[in-house]
Design a protein around this ligand. Structure first.
Ligand SMILES: N[C@@H](CCC(=O)N[C@@H](CS)C(=O)NCC(=O)O)C(=O)O
Length: 204
Protein backbone atom coordinates (compact mmCIF):
# COMPACT_ATOMS: atom_id res chain seq x y z
CA UNK A 1 0.00 0.00 0.00
CA UNK A 2 1.09 3.58 -0.62
CA UNK A 3 2.82 5.13 2.42
CA UNK A 4 3.14 8.78 3.40
CA UNK A 5 5.74 9.78 5.98
CA UNK A 6 3.72 12.34 7.81
CA UNK A 7 3.50 14.80 10.72
CA UNK A 8 -0.05 15.89 11.60
CA UNK A 9 0.62 19.63 12.04
CA UNK A 10 2.86 19.99 8.95
CA UNK A 11 1.17 21.98 6.18
CA UNK A 12 3.52 20.40 3.63
CA UNK A 13 2.31 16.93 4.67
CA UNK A 14 -1.32 18.11 4.62
CA UNK A 15 -0.92 19.10 0.94
CA UNK A 16 -0.32 15.44 0.18
CA UNK A 17 -2.99 14.07 2.54
CA UNK A 18 -5.48 16.43 0.89
CA UNK A 19 -4.65 15.42 -2.69
CA UNK A 20 -4.66 11.71 -1.77
CA UNK A 21 -8.11 12.17 -0.28
CA UNK A 22 -9.43 14.18 -3.25
CA UNK A 23 -8.13 11.44 -5.55
CA UNK A 24 -9.59 8.72 -3.31
CA UNK A 25 -6.26 6.91 -2.99
CA UNK A 26 -5.97 4.53 -0.07
CA UNK A 27 -2.76 5.00 1.89
CA UNK A 28 -1.03 4.42 5.18
CA UNK A 29 0.35 7.29 7.26
CA UNK A 30 3.77 6.68 8.84
CA UNK A 31 4.17 9.14 11.73
CA UNK A 32 7.44 11.12 11.92
CA UNK A 33 7.54 13.37 15.00
CA UNK A 34 9.61 16.42 14.04
CA UNK A 35 9.58 17.69 17.62
CA UNK A 36 11.46 14.52 18.62
CA UNK A 37 13.87 14.90 15.66
CA UNK A 38 12.62 11.66 14.08
CA UNK A 39 13.36 13.13 10.62
CA UNK A 40 17.07 12.64 11.39
CA UNK A 41 16.73 8.90 12.03
CA UNK A 42 18.79 6.80 9.59
CA UNK A 43 15.75 5.07 8.08
CA UNK A 44 14.21 8.43 7.12
CA UNK A 45 17.55 9.91 5.96
CA UNK A 46 17.89 6.96 3.62
CA UNK A 47 14.60 7.95 2.00
CA UNK A 48 15.25 11.71 2.01
CA UNK A 49 18.80 13.06 2.47
CA UNK A 50 17.28 16.50 3.20
CA UNK A 51 15.86 15.13 6.48
CA UNK A 52 12.41 16.49 5.68
CA UNK A 53 8.91 15.23 5.29
CA UNK A 54 6.65 14.63 3.42
CA UNK A 55 8.11 11.56 1.73
CA UNK A 56 5.95 9.27 -0.42
CA UNK A 57 6.59 5.57 -0.91
CA UNK A 58 4.44 4.29 -3.78
CA UNK A 59 5.15 0.59 -3.77
CA UNK A 60 8.91 1.16 -3.53
CA UNK A 61 9.04 4.35 -5.64
CA UNK A 62 10.31 7.05 -3.27
CA UNK A 63 9.60 10.75 -3.81
CA UNK A 64 10.41 13.66 -1.51
CA UNK A 65 9.38 17.33 -1.62
CA UNK A 66 5.72 18.26 -1.53
CA UNK A 67 5.68 19.85 -5.02
CA UNK A 68 7.35 16.79 -6.52
CA UNK A 69 4.91 14.46 -4.75
CA UNK A 70 1.88 16.49 -5.89
CA UNK A 71 3.25 16.39 -9.46
CA UNK A 72 3.77 12.64 -9.31
CA UNK A 73 0.33 11.90 -7.87
CA UNK A 74 -1.40 14.23 -10.34
CA UNK A 75 0.32 12.71 -13.37
CA UNK A 76 0.17 9.10 -12.21
CA UNK A 77 -3.36 9.02 -10.79
CA UNK A 78 -5.15 12.26 -11.73
CA UNK A 79 -5.39 12.26 -15.52
CA UNK A 80 -5.48 15.77 -17.04
CA UNK A 81 -7.50 17.33 -14.28
CA UNK A 82 -4.93 18.22 -11.63
CA UNK A 83 -1.95 18.95 -13.89
CA UNK A 84 -2.62 19.76 -17.54
CA UNK A 85 -0.18 18.52 -20.19
CA UNK A 86 -0.40 21.45 -22.62
CA UNK A 87 2.73 23.63 -22.32
CA UNK A 88 1.07 26.83 -21.09
CA UNK A 89 -1.35 25.05 -18.75
CA UNK A 90 1.51 23.13 -17.16
CA UNK A 91 3.71 26.24 -16.88
CA UNK A 92 0.92 28.13 -15.13
CA UNK A 93 0.67 25.37 -12.52
CA UNK A 94 4.45 25.41 -12.01
CA UNK A 95 4.39 29.19 -11.46
CA UNK A 96 2.16 28.69 -8.44
CA UNK A 97 4.18 25.74 -7.16
CA UNK A 98 7.08 28.23 -7.20
CA UNK A 99 5.07 30.73 -5.13
CA UNK A 100 4.22 27.93 -2.68
CA UNK A 101 7.93 27.11 -2.29
CA UNK A 102 9.04 30.74 -1.95
CA UNK A 103 6.88 33.56 -0.50
CA UNK A 104 4.39 31.13 1.05
CA UNK A 105 7.06 28.90 2.60
CA UNK A 106 9.50 31.64 3.69
CA UNK A 107 6.70 33.99 4.76
CA UNK A 108 3.52 32.25 5.91
CA UNK A 109 4.88 28.81 6.85
CA UNK A 110 7.96 30.13 8.64
CA UNK A 111 5.99 32.77 10.59
CA UNK A 112 3.86 29.87 11.85
CA UNK A 113 6.87 27.68 12.65
CA UNK A 114 8.40 30.50 14.73
CA UNK A 115 5.26 30.47 16.89
CA UNK A 116 4.57 26.71 17.02
CA UNK A 117 8.08 25.21 16.91
CA UNK A 118 10.30 28.07 18.21
CA UNK A 119 12.22 28.13 14.92
CA UNK A 120 14.97 30.79 14.84
CA UNK A 121 13.81 32.75 11.76
CA UNK A 122 13.37 36.52 11.48
CA UNK A 123 9.72 37.42 12.22
CA UNK A 124 9.86 40.75 10.32
CA UNK A 125 11.18 39.12 7.18
CA UNK A 126 8.54 36.39 7.43
CA UNK A 127 5.81 38.98 7.89
CA UNK A 128 6.95 40.91 4.77
CA UNK A 129 7.18 37.81 2.58
CA UNK A 130 3.90 36.44 3.95
CA UNK A 131 2.09 39.65 3.06
CA UNK A 132 3.60 39.54 -0.43
CA UNK A 133 2.35 35.97 -0.77
CA UNK A 134 -1.20 36.91 0.22
CA UNK A 135 -1.19 39.96 -2.13
CA UNK A 136 -0.04 38.00 -5.16
CA UNK A 137 -2.53 35.18 -4.56
CA UNK A 138 -5.37 37.65 -3.92
CA UNK A 139 -4.61 39.48 -7.19
CA UNK A 140 -4.83 36.26 -9.18
CA UNK A 141 -7.99 35.04 -7.44
CA UNK A 142 -9.71 38.40 -8.00
CA UNK A 143 -9.44 37.56 -11.74
CA UNK A 144 -9.99 33.82 -11.71
CA UNK A 145 -11.69 31.14 -9.58
CA UNK A 146 -8.57 28.98 -9.50
CA UNK A 147 -4.87 29.83 -9.47
CA UNK A 148 -4.03 28.15 -12.80
CA UNK A 149 -6.51 27.64 -15.63
CA UNK A 150 -10.24 27.15 -15.19
CA UNK A 151 -10.37 24.25 -12.72
CA UNK A 152 -8.79 23.20 -9.47
CA UNK A 153 -5.23 21.92 -9.94
CA UNK A 154 -2.24 21.05 -7.76
CA UNK A 155 -1.41 24.80 -7.88
CA UNK A 156 -4.36 25.35 -5.54
CA UNK A 157 -3.48 22.36 -3.36
CA UNK A 158 0.13 23.57 -2.98
CA UNK A 159 -0.82 27.13 -1.97
CA UNK A 160 -3.91 26.44 0.15
CA UNK A 161 -2.52 24.85 3.37
CA UNK A 162 -0.22 27.62 4.61
CA UNK A 163 -2.75 30.28 3.58
CA UNK A 164 -5.42 28.48 5.61
CA UNK A 165 -2.96 28.12 8.51
CA UNK A 166 -1.66 31.70 8.30
CA UNK A 167 -3.64 32.74 11.40
CA UNK A 168 -1.21 30.64 13.47
CA UNK A 169 1.58 32.96 12.26
CA UNK A 170 -0.38 36.10 13.13
CA UNK A 171 -1.82 36.97 9.68
CA UNK A 172 -5.44 37.95 9.11
CA UNK A 173 -7.35 37.00 5.95
CA UNK A 174 -9.93 39.77 6.48
CA UNK A 175 -8.36 42.03 3.79
CA UNK A 176 -8.43 39.18 1.22
CA UNK A 177 -12.01 38.43 0.10
CA UNK A 178 -11.02 36.56 -3.08
CA UNK A 179 -8.80 34.24 -1.03
CA UNK A 180 -11.65 33.51 1.40
CA UNK A 181 -14.05 32.69 -1.46
CA UNK A 182 -11.43 30.41 -3.01
CA UNK A 183 -10.97 28.62 0.32
CA UNK A 184 -14.72 28.03 0.48
CA UNK A 185 -14.62 26.54 -3.05
CA UNK A 186 -11.83 24.18 -2.01
CA UNK A 187 -13.76 23.11 1.11
CA UNK A 188 -16.68 21.91 -1.04
CA UNK A 189 -14.59 19.60 -3.26
CA UNK A 190 -15.66 15.95 -2.92
CA UNK A 191 -13.16 14.16 -0.68
CA UNK A 192 -12.00 17.38 1.03
CA UNK A 193 -10.37 16.90 4.44
CA UNK A 194 -9.16 19.49 6.93
CA UNK A 195 -6.28 19.57 9.44
CA UNK A 196 -5.78 20.92 12.98
CA UNK A 197 -5.59 24.74 13.08
CA UNK A 198 -6.83 25.29 9.52
CA UNK A 199 -9.27 28.15 9.02
CA UNK A 200 -12.61 26.96 7.58
CA UNK A 201 -14.44 29.82 5.89
CA UNK A 202 -17.49 27.82 4.79
CA UNK A 203 -18.42 27.13 8.40
CA UNK A 204 -19.23 30.84 8.88
N1 LIG B 1 10.31 22.04 0.18
C1 LIG B 1 9.99 20.95 1.08
C2 LIG B 1 9.93 21.47 2.48
C3 LIG B 1 9.58 20.38 3.45
C4 LIG B 1 9.70 20.84 4.87
O1 LIG B 1 10.12 21.97 5.17
N2 LIG B 1 9.29 19.96 5.76
C5 LIG B 1 9.34 20.25 7.15
C6 LIG B 1 8.03 19.96 7.80
S1 LIG B 1 6.74 21.02 7.18
C7 LIG B 1 10.41 19.38 7.77
O2 LIG B 1 10.46 18.20 7.53
N3 LIG B 1 11.28 20.01 8.58
C8 LIG B 1 12.34 19.32 9.20
C9 LIG B 1 12.78 19.98 10.50
O3 LIG B 1 11.99 20.77 11.03
O4 LIG B 1 13.89 19.68 10.93
C10 LIG B 1 8.64 20.35 0.69
O5 LIG B 1 7.84 21.08 0.10
O6 LIG B 1 8.42 19.17 0.92
Amino acid sequence: MMKLYNFEISGNCYKIRLLLSLLGIEHELVPVDLRQGENFEPALLKLNPRAQIPVLDDDGTIIWDSSAILTYLARQYGGERWLPTDPLGMAEVVQWLAVSENEILYGLARARAIKLMNKPWNPEECRKLGEQALEVVEQQLAKSSWLAGHTITIADIACYPYIGLSGDGGFSLDPYPAIRQWMARIETQPGYITMPGLMRVGEG
